[in-house]
Design a protein around this ligand. Sequence first.
Ligand SMILES: NC(=O)c1ccc[n+]([C@@H]2O[C@H](COP(=O)([O-])OP(=O)(O)OC[C@H]3O[C@@H](n4cnc5c(N)ncnc54)[C@H](O)[C@@H]3O)[C@@H](O)[C@H]2O)c1
Length: 262
Amino acid sequence: MELRYEGKVALITGGARGIGYAAAKIFAEGGAKVALVDINGELVEQSARKLAAESGADVAGLRADVTSEQDVDTMADAAKQRLGPVDIFVSSAAILDEKLFLESQLSDWRRMIDVCLYGPMICLHRLLPEMTSRRYGRVICLASDAARLGQARLSYYAAAKAGVIALVKSLAQEVGKSGVTLNIVSPGATNTELRQEREARMRAEMGEQKYARRTQSVLRVYPTGRIGEPHDIASAIAFLASEQASWITGQILSVNGGYAMP
Ligand SMILES: NC(=O)c1ccc[n+]([C@@H]2O[C@H](COP(=O)([O-])OP(=O)(O)OC[C@H]3O[C@@H](n4cnc5c(N)ncnc54)[C@H](O)[C@@H]3O)[C@@H](O)[C@H]2O)c1
């Protein structure tokens, strides 16, 4: 089954790198026009140029902070003017931060919920009305298995992502008849810059020997014997964004090498 996206416009927040960029690449290679959106303006422009050169697709790189209604408004207008109305929306923008709950501050919670829950909510509030009125849309929000299972030291990240799951399921019910589907992709550990930055911090804190033992114990809980690559997650996003997935909505697809089978 070949997935094609000709005539479609895909907008991806957090698209400058990682899983978002990997999904954008599949859309661009499949014939879509693509808007990469990211808070990192320099990187998003660089990534848009790279993707356009590699795929030959029409790609726009737009700087926006998903926590700002004004940024999201301006970015959505710019994407529509440059590429046309959005058919596929992928919410991949996120931050990661870890602390024991009792060491976390209210400001940690506020920042996380701002980016990881209000961010997708603000984007959906802006993009969903046009999708429902055009009677077509594919929405995929990235959550995390930390939200499904809980994870020590990630309480506020897991809580924000659990909020996204509830948001997506609720909206899938509200707009089910409109031709718009909304689903969640829930990755396990995936080898992106986000994870590499976290691993580098851990390695520095733990020292080489302890870090090597930890790496082995992480791999042991993955039945497939490896962590994910961005393309593994992007392939699931690409399927849920396709025409073929029109009867799938309100679902959570864990893409995690068998780490958990909830
Ligand atoms: N990598 C993993 O192991 C993993 C595991 C589970 C879930 N996830 C989820 O998958 C998604 C993608 O993760 P990734 O590993 O590719 O991350 P990443 O850090 O490589 O990419 C995220 C992008 O989001 C951007 N961003 C951050 N804050 C933003 C904001 N306020 N506005 C706009 N853009 C912003 C960053 O600049 C970055 O380019 C995230 O939602 C993440 O929570 C990742």
